[in-house]
Ligand binder design. Structure first.
Ligand SMILES: Cc1cc2nc3c(=O)[nH]c(=O)nc-3n(C[C@H](O)[C@H](O)[C@H](O)COP(=O)(O)OP(=O)(O)OC[C@H]3O[C@@H](n4cnc5c(N)ncnc54)[C@H](O)[C@@H]3O)c2cc1C
Length: 407
């Protein structure tokens, strides 16, 4: 077990908030609450500290302007290497039926950009840098890595987490940010509703022959979505979501043969592709926790909801969980307990609609493009013609999808 930043002389650590999981969501939660002056302990079974490499990371995320703004406001973006971040100025959506893409431009939405593409290593490194900065100034920010969680139980006064090496952490509030197979969620007896898409995403980076022009392109076919996301140095990151059987075939190809297939599938739109680095694969499920809270416990990020990556929304949704709880916490008076039931209920109520919408959006689009790609394109067309609503009113999107799927 490794302690960073803080070595307790006591047997136990007493804190306001214990966060299990130091992925993107757990790290950002630790930063947001530390900045509010809360005592925070961040615990992970592994060590997610990142050493930046020159090689490009195959794992990338599309982040919304809202996420980037928030990460800027909590001091994370200042640590990002912006030379490795690429803006998305336009989105093009293709279906099987026609050559013409549907187009959404930043200027149609009155925005300087629709989002950015950032590598996992760049974002994780920036989050760590900011957390280290805060911990250097404040002894009550504690980081424990390589510590397997053993026991979790509510006492009269707090929630007690037992770690390997018998080093207990006592907190007012437990945040489960421990990912899709959340241990905390299981301990809290919270079930999940799971939908297996029987799909796998194949991801990798490629140099392209023609300028990508900061356009994010997606090709929708029945249960088959290929995304080419713009990266600096005229590279693209591919996220190809296909049936698990098809993914096995793609992964068995040499990277040159895969590049050739991507070239064909994208109708040669960016010319020839040259592989950069290795490919990776991720199984795709939709999984939603039946509750977002239990006694003195909240779920966040993939521990609460995992969605299909076609909309590039998964971690944006997780960051919005953190934003919401942090916002509610600012309305707290100093003596109030973070584990307070009424407070946790406010969080759950505030987050439910957003999570439901994203579930319906991603599984709805997957189903729609599989049954009727013309109708799907019509829906997407209406969505795009509504410009700003795409970004600002998920309720509109939801209604539209439900109407069309039900029609
Ligand atoms: C192919 C693909 C593409 C994607 N693209 C996008 C995109 O473009 N945009 C977007 O917004 N999202 C995207 N996502 C979704 C995004 O990757 C996830 O939503 C996000 O990584 C979840 O972060 P998290 O911090 O909740 O969980 P995780 O990253 O899973 O972190 C969980 C942490 O908890 C730790 N942990 C687990 N169990 C324990 C335990 N028992 N005790 C202690 N620690 C534990 C783990 O070690 C880990 O560090 C994509 C996902 C996939 C699969």
């Amino acid at each position: 077990m490794t302690h960073h930043f803080f070595q307790s002389e006591d047997e136990s650590i007493n804190t306001d908030i214990a966060i299990v999981g130091s992925g993107l969501v757990g790290l950002s939660a630790a930063i947001a609450f530390a900045q509010q002056g809360k005592r925070v302990a961040l615990i992970d079974a592994k060590n997610s500290l990142i050493t930046l490499k020159n090689a490009w990371d195959a794992r990338v995320y599309a982040l919304t302007p809202e996420t980037e703004n928030w990460l800027t406001s909590i001091g994370v973006w200042a640590h990002v290497d912006v030379s490795r971040v690429n803006p998305i100025n336009t989105m093009h959506i293709f279906d099987e039926a026609s050559e013409q893409p549907l187009s959404l431009r930043d200027e149609d939405a009155n925005l300087p950009k629709l989002g950015v593409i950032i590598e996992n290593q760049n974002l994780m490194h920036a989050l760590w840098q900011q957390l280290k900065t805060l911990a250097a100034e404040n002894e009550s920010v504690v980081m424990i890595t390589d510590a397997a969680c053993k026991t979790l139980h509510n006492t009269q006064n707090n929630i007690a987490l037992g770690l390997a090496n018998n080093h207990p952490v006592n907190a007012d509030l437990m945040v489960a940010a421990d990912g899709v197979d959340s241990w905390v969620r299981t301990q809290a007896n919270i079930g999940v509703i799971k939908k297996d898409f029987h799909q796998t995403a194949v991801v990798g980076n490629f140099l392209v022959e023609k300028p990508h022009q900061n356009i994010a392109r997606q090709w929708f076919r029945p249960h088959d979505v290929l995304a080419l996301l713009p990266l600096p140095e005229n590279m693209v990151s591919i996220v190809w979501s296909v049936s698990t059987e098809r993914a096995a075939e793609l992964l068995a190809l040499s990277s040159e043969d895969l590049a050739h297939l991507v070239h064909e599938h994208s109708r040669g739109i960016l010319g020839k592709l040259k592989p950069v680095g290795t490919t990776q694969a991720f199984a795709l499920n939709q999984q939603t926790a039946t509750q977002l809270i239990a006694e003195r416990t909240v779920l966040m990020g993939d521990a609460a909801h995992q969605i299909h990556p076609m909309a590039g929304q998964g971690v944006n949704l997780g960051f919005r969980d953190v934003m919401q709880l942090a916002l509610l916490a600012t309305k707290f008076h100093a003596m109030q307990n973070m584990g307070d039931k009424a407070f946790l209920r406010q969080y759950e109520r505030a987050r439910k609609a957003d999570i439901l919408t994203m579930n319906q959006l991603t599984s709805g689009l997957d189903a729609l493009f599989a049954t009727d790609s013309r109708m799907a394109k019509k829906v997407t067309g209406k969505i795009i013609s509504k410009g700003l609503q795409v970004l600002n009113s998920q309720t509109y999107l939801k209604k539209l999808l439900i109407q069309q799927v039900a029609a």
